[in-house]
Unconditional design. Structure first.
Ligand code: FE
Ligand code: FE
Ligand code: ZN
Length: 275
């Protein structure tokens, strides 16, 4: 049984997301821990979370993959802004304790001219601080397209962050659109890309997938998601991804340009491709 889902609006609370997921055939989902383009967080509701945890268990859900705000840049150049981003990360991880045992994925950051090495060490410092209290969450670094000064377009950059943090609670979420745009050929050589990931990072760190087609050609470093089968990856690539022995047990999250009915269709489509 594949764990498939999509991004859901968190505005109605955690239990409502579980119900919405079930209504579209999903058995995992992603949600923004706060306004994706701002920093406003939702009011906490322990009773809602308790009911959601029970509903997830009863529904046989796979691990959830929460998503940090896009605006949270842990390696921005201004110390105040960096401090603020770090406090947002700390607060997000603390909040994840209401839904224990799930994943928190985020974009590692953009070094904005400070250089890759500085970016990597600033991200690692923030993670060390935020993970220190030992909340029941595994943090996932998302593979990026390598746009501008983005950190995480190369597996080596993710590995450097993981090594610098030195915690078992850090993994990777592989975004199919991003790795394709970054120049990893998952369309023609998925096994080769996974072998490379294993050599550099270690496959045991790979915990979740973002399933997106790409509007742009291989190696474009662009990051524009497309509906499954309508971009440069194509449906046969997704059939290989979801059936791959190393990947088929991981939670798979759609981030395609869709509303709920479209997500329901794509989830059904992926389930029909299961071997
Ligand atoms: Fe993302
Ligand atoms: Fe993604
Ligand atoms: Zn993207």
């Amino acid at each position: 049984m594949l764990y498939l889902g999509c991004h859901l609006s968190a505005s109605g609370g955690n239990l409502e997301m579980v119900k919405t997921a079930q209504s579209i055939g999903a058995n995992t989902f992603a949600f923004f821990t706060r306004n994706p383009r701002g920093s406003q967080a939702r009011k906490e509701d322990p009773e809602d979370s308790r009911q959601a945890v029970q509903a997830l268990k009863d529904g046989g859900f796979g691990p959830l993959v929460a998503h940090g705000a896009y605006t949270m840049n842990l390696c921005t150049a201004q110390p105040d802004a960096r401090e603020f981003a770090c406090s947002v990360l700390c607060d997000d991880l603390r909040r994840m304790a209401a839904l224990p045992g799930n994943f928190y994925n985020f974009h590692p950051g953009s070094h904005v001219g400070q250089g890759m090495e500085t970016g990597i060490s600033q991200i690692a410092e923030a993670l060390k601080k935020a993970l220190a209290p030992g909340y029941p969450v595994t943090v996932l670094l998302e593979t990026m397209a390598g746009k501008g000064s983005e950190v995480g377009g190369k597996f080596e950059e993710l590995k450097a962050i993981i090594d610098a943090v030195g915690s078992d609670d850090v993994g990777v979420c592989l975004d199919t659109c991003h790795v394709h745009d970054a120049g990893y050929d998952i369309v023609n050589d998925l096994d080769g890309v996974l072998a490379e990931f294993d050599r550099v990072v270690g496959l045991s760190r790979l915990k979740a997938l973002h399933i997106n087609d790409s509007k742009n050609p291989f190696g474009s470093h662009k990051d524009r998601h497309e509906l499954l089968g309508q971009g440069n990856l194509g449906l046969s690539a997704f059939a290989k991804v979801i059936n791959h022995p190393y990947l088929k047990t991981l939670p798979m999250i759609l981030e395609t340009p869709n509303a709920l009915p479209g997500y329901a269709e794509e989830i059904a489509l992926l389930r029909s491709l299961e071997a």
